[in-house]
Design a protein around this ligand. Structure first.
Ligand SMILES: *[C@@H]1O[C@H](CO)[C@@H](O)[C@H](O)[C@H]1NC(C)=O
Ligand SMILES: *[C@@H]1O[C@H](CO)[C@@H](O)[C@H](O)[C@H]1NC(C)=O
Ligand SMILES: *[C@@H]1O[C@H](CO)[C@@H](O)[C@H](O)[C@H]1NC(C)=O
Length: 793
């Protein structure tokens, strides 16, 4: 087609072209995107040309040779051809040869709404802090629609959104600025992501739209303070809780996130005391025990705790910790007052001390019961609360118990109970309440007569258990008389030692015993004393030789005994009577014939002194017989006395011309009766003689005396009750202290001799050991010492 019309396609220079268009010969208007083959118009006819002359084949379109129709041959995309130009005209030139003719054809391409609005990004991401205020604006890129005019984006809208409104403004450059305007404030804590849709709608018919999703991430702002789960946290724990015990955990939550929601805890108000025993974990809010708790000093703690987030928003809460009591305190006993020493004579019920018991624990843990050990004469009497009086329950006696260690115990009622005890030391003060007490009820001292003055007789001893001077014993003699002389002239006592000394020499024959009273007195104030009787027994010494009462001592030989010639062997002829002022063995006399005219004729009873014929008298015997009798006592050494006894063997005194020359050769038995008469008279004489002697002795003492008058009964008042009348004959017989020695003489004579001895004179082997009372019976005060009583009936 070398000769075909040259078609100049000039686009993008519309205005220039428009000039040509006006000058154009033919113009058509078609919408874009016509189907290829679509006839736009009949160009031949419109130009007045012959069909077939026009050879026109161009891009997009051509002219049908046969019909001359202007036909679209290719898809025409206005947006591709003209972009955003408002008018889009395709210009062709139709050149005809022979003749050369030039025709201009312009094809106006009309826009068709064939494009959707498109946002630059499907997803628009925005990050907006939740603290953004209402009205804040956030730009988003506008959507683009390749179409033009009404077919471009006409409006925008938002979907699914409560927080934003759209603001669309036309900019001077024709573009639009689209902004999201915060209409309702954000709260990250409610929604931290917002997704909604922005729709752009064009004005075509039908409308087309494009969307973009908007993804708003709400950024946290520290707009929430931490909030405690409770306004007040209460905890209670026992006071013995160990360190590290968790008391309570406070917790606060912060709705913010990150640092804004990072809660830390700290004490905001806490006492110094509480600080020492509690710690707070600032992360976990755990309150732990760090020190010793003590209910008794602090039972309740209150503190405030702040919870803070990272940027300092805070709130606080109160923590109340109650410490509960544990029985951790034993009772304590205090001695408030104590009277010590206590005089031993306080009456039962006397208060001697006051005790106070304290237990720091409370309630039952602090309720205390007090007790006192058994076996002490004290008790506790409760007085006002927790006070007790210590009171005596019995009589005290320092001499038995002088010190008390009283154990007082106190126990509380906790579980387990605690207890403590205290020892109260009490001493008892002495009171002079014990008199000295002699170790024996009575004392006896035995001393031989003729003692040396100053010699020790015995010692008394008394004890006084009282203290010091109250127990110091001093001895003294109580004034009294012995035989009319003051006792002090007989005895003295050592005041300190109680040793009793004789002051003078004693004579048994003068008195055999006496009694003195010794007093033991303590040094108390007033002093106490006791008395004891000291009996002094003087024992006999053989200092008296036997005294021969009958026959009269040598030289007085006028007394001659008659011995009947017819006397048979064994007849009693006479008796030697002797006494000894001593007593006992010393007065136990024995009789011996030391010399005789006819040694074989007479014997003498060793103890009776009775002289008997040893054989029958014979005519050859000398009429005058002479015996020398020795009387010995049994003392050591023994003392003796001798006497001579003259015997006349004769039946009749008348036969005796002269006493000195009588012959004893009388055999007449009639003389027996004379002999009896003679014996009776001699005996009577002898008795009288004794009575006289005794009388003389009694008279000397000027005291009531005991008189014996022959066979007259002895006045019973002077006799011990043991004596009884024997056979009604007035013969006295002893049933107790006295032994009777009865001797029966020859067939024709009734010679009875009753000898009274006091008991201690008799048995040779018996020593002097009689109680003073025995002596008293025999030698009563009114009864003078009686050595020998002899009664001849
Ligand atoms: C009392 O206690 C004291 C001191 O412990 C002690 O020396 C004394 O012997 C006690 N006395 C008695 C009577 O137990
Ligand atoms: C002796 O007893 C008296 C009261 O009888 C008393 O006052 C005194 O203190 C006692 N002496 C001593 C040493 O205890
Ligand atoms: C001891 O004897 C004296 C004098 O007779 C008397 O005053 C005193 O009361 C007696 N003491 C006692 C304890 O009997």
């Amino acid at each position: 087609m070398e000769n075909t019309t040259i078609c100049l396609l000039q686009y993008f220079f519309g205005i220039v072209l428009f000039v040509h268009i006006t000058a154009a010969d033919l113009s058509y208007s078609v919408p874009e995107e016509m189907r290829p083959g679509s006839i736009v118009g009949n160009a031949a006819k419109d130009l007045g040309l012959e069909v077939g002359k026009m050879i026109f084949r161009k891009h997009y379109c051509d002219i049908d040779q046969k019909t001359g129709d202007f036909v679209i041959r290719e898809r025409i995309d206005r947006e591709e051809l003209c972009g955003e130009k408002i008018s889009c005209i395709l210009k062709f030139e139709l050149v005809l040869e022979n003749p050369l003719e030039l025709h201009r054809i312009s094809l106006l391409i009309q826009d068709v709404n064939d494009n959707f609005p498109i946002f630059p990004k499907d997803m628009i991401k925005l990050e907006i802090t939740e603290s953004a205020v209402k009205g804040a604006r956030y730009r988003v890129n506008e959507a683009h629609d390749a179409d033009i005019g009404q077919n471009t984006v006409q409006q925008y809208s938002l979907q699914n959104n409560e927080h934003f409104v759209l603001s669309v403004r036309d900019d001077t450059d024709g573009s639009k600025s689209i902004e999201l305007v915060l209409d309702k404030e954000l709260d990250r804590e409610k929604e931290h992501d917002l997704i909604f849709v922005l729709i752009a709608i064009d004005g075509g018919n039908p409308q087309k739209s494009g969307t973009a999703s908007i993804h708003v991430t709400v950024l946290d702002a520290n707009d929430n303070a931490p909030i405690f789960s409770q306004a007040v946290f209460k905890a209670s724990l026992p006071e013995n809780s160990v360190v590290d015990t968790v008391v309570v955990t406070v917790s606060a939550t912060d709705a913010d996130e990150g640092v804004n929601g990072d809660v830390t805890y700290e004490f905001s108000r806490i006492s110094d005391r509480a600080k020492k025993v509690f710690s707070l974990n600032n992360k976990s809010g755990e309150i732990k025990v760090t020190g010793p708790l003590d209910f008794e000093s602090n039972a309740k703690y209150e503190m405030r705790i702040d919870a803070k987030d990272g940027y300092g928003l805070s709130s606080d809460c109160k923590v109340v910790i109650d410490v509960t009591d544990v029985n951790d305190n034993a009772p304590v006993i205090y001695m408030k007052s104590l009277m010590s020493p206590i005089p031993e004579n306080v009456s039962p019920g006397t208060e001697v001390g006051i005790i106070n018991v304290q237990d720091r624990d409370s309630e039952t843990n602090g309720q205390v019961r007090c007790s006192i050990q058994q076996n002490v004469p004290f008790k506790l009497v409760p007085s006002i609360k927790n006070y007790y009086s210590l009171v005596t329950t019995g009589q005290l006696d320092r001499e038995l118990v002088s010190d008390y260690n009283i154990t007082i115990s106190a126990t509380d009622e906790g579980s387990p109970p605690l207890s403590s005890s205290k020892i109260v030391q009490l001493s008892v003060a002495d009171i002079n309440d014990n008199p000295p007490v002699f170790e024996e009820q009575s004392y006896s001292a035995y001393v031989s007569e003729n003692n040396k003055p100053g010699s020790t007789l015995c010692s008394v001893s008394a004890r006084d258990p009282d203290l010091r001077q109250n127990g110091t014993v001093i001895y003294s003699l109580l004034p009294g008389e012995v035989n009319g002389a003051p006792v002090s002239s007989y005895l003295s006592v050592n005041g300190d030692t109680g040793v009793i000394h004789a002051v003078r020499s004693f004579d048994y024959e003068q008195f055999r015993s006496f009694k003195v009273q010794v007093m033991a007195r303590d040094n108390g104030s007033p002093p106490l004393s006791s008395n004891v009787t000291v009996s002094v027994f003087i024992s006999d010494v053989n200092d008296n030789s036997p005294q021969i009462l009958y026959p009269a001592p040598e030289g007085n030989s006028f007394m001659t005994e008659l011995v009947p010639k017819a006397a048979h062997g064994g007849s009693l002829v006479s008796k030697v009577i002797a006494v000894d002022a001593d007593s006992g063995q010393n007065a136990w006399l024995s009789y011996h014939i030391v010399k005789s005219t006819d040694p074989g004729l007479f014997t003498i009873g060793v103890h009776s002194g009775e002289i008997r014929t040893q054989r029958d008298i014979s005519e050859s015997d000398s009429m005058k017989q002479n015996l020398i009798v020795s009387v010995k006592d049994n003392g050591q050494p023994s003392l003796s006395a001798t006497c001579s006894m003259y015997l006349l063997i004769s039946d009749n005194l008348a036969e005796v011309p002269e006493l000195k020359d009588i012959s004893y050769d009388d055999k007449n038995s009639k003389l027996t009766s004379y002999l009896i008469i003679a014996l009776v008279s001699v005996s009577t004489f002898f008795l009288t003689f004794i009575i006289i002697i005794l009388g003389v002795r009694f008279c000397r003492r000027r005291k009531p005396r005991l008189l014996f008058d022959g066979a007259v009964a002895i006045p019973s008042a002077y006799l011990p009750p043991n004596y009884a009348d024997v056979d009604g004959t007035g013969t006295l017989r002893s049933t107790y202290n006295y032994d009777a020695y009865l001797t029966t003489g020859s067939r024709t004579s009734d010679f009875k001799f009753v000898s009274s001895y006091n008991d201690n004179t008799l048995p040779a082997d018996q020593t002097l050991r009689k109680s003073p009372s025995d002596f008293a019976e025999v030698f009563g005060d009114s009864l003078e010492p009686l050595e020998v009583g002899a009664v001849l009936v």
